[in-house]
Design a protein around this ligand. Sequence first.
Ligand SMILES: *Cc1c(COP(=O)(O)O)cnc(C)c1O
Length: 435
Amino acid sequence: MTTLQDCRALDAQDPLAPLRAHFDLPPGVIYLDGNSLGVLPQATAARVADVVTREWGTDLIRSWNTASWFDLPQRLGNQLAPFIGAGADEVVCTDSTSINLYKVLSAALNIAREESPGRRRVVSERSNFPTDLYIAEGLCKERGLELVLVEPEEITASLTGEVAVLMLTHVNYRTGAMHDMAALTAAAHAAGILTVWDLAHSAGAVPVDLQGADADFSIGCGYKYLNGGPGAPAFVWVHPRHADRFWQPLSGWWGHAAPFQFTPGYQPAPGITRYLCGTQPIISLSALQCGLDVFDAAQPLGGMAALRAKSLALTDLFIQLVQARCGGHGLGLATPREHARRGSQVCLTRDEGQGLHGQGSGAYAIVQALIARGVIGDFRKGDGGQGPHKDILRFGFTPLYIGFEDVWNAVEHLRQVLDGAEWQRAEFNQINAVT
Ligand SMILES: *Cc1c(COP(=O)(O)O)cnc(C)c1O
């Protein structure tokens, strides 16, 4: 059984421990929600102030050239590329994940329409993040296609000759379960199906090899594990074999081959630049850059491989300690134990009927009681007993700034919240707008 002393020893030996100094973590907080909104990098406030006061305030419009604002989406894309297995000039940081999904799914459907017009289906997972399903639903409606939602174990069997695109999120937001990207992409390709991978819970969290997996399209989020700030620009990657084939539908002037020619007709830029739409949010992109810089600082310390090893050690420890110290309170585990199938988060479940006065699961109130103690995780609602999805207490472990002692302390708080029935207090059972 791992002790608090063991955890302190693990922190003392941790080669990634110096990275914590790259973040401004509020005192007294154990932040286990970096999978939802990453923390503030230490460099961000000064960088954003400089962009605002000097680049914007003093240099004004000249900064598009003098501060290289113009190619910031491409420069950040190149900075991110090595961490997701993409090549140079294959990624841009821009727009939101939802919007980028609209672009790449449209492009994939355009290719499918040309190559195999009889394929009328998009397949995804029923527990995919809702915005992905909503965007796909909208596109399918517009094009008279069918969105087919399946359970994870049904994916392979669903890859039939009627399917145009397989659209999956690599790491599931609810359970932390990770798909085998290479194997599923190979199975899809063998059936003549294109793949779209959402890396929202993967980029900066687990090693990703888009090129190695031979994926077709990918998108992901800038404000989760990449620590780009609330609503940070997202990213988009297109395999070079597809990049020049189609316009994406949001054919704005920033994706034009020569935007400052101001010609009336659209001529798409070569490569990934055509996935830009309009004028870019320079202040937000500058903040995202500070998040990416921390990953550059992690490279000499072992990079993604070292981050992954620590992430698995942290999540293993959390699972072990919860089981050993928080027994008898009806907690279950939704996250796979198998390393190859686990992202960088751990999700605990509670059954319906275990909440206050037998109402609900109590998971929401437990999370609220933890937050009141400074242990910030989050709650994701299940299907209220109508289907297979239980209420979830979700804890993200960002190895850039979470240590082993943090894990120990988080579990100790959870134990006290449960053993002392603290979660039953009325104030923790009021549901807020944002959960
Ligand atoms: C967080 C997340 C998003 C977020 O999309 P936004 O456009 O930034 O709101 C999309 N997809 C998945 C799978 C996510 O986890």
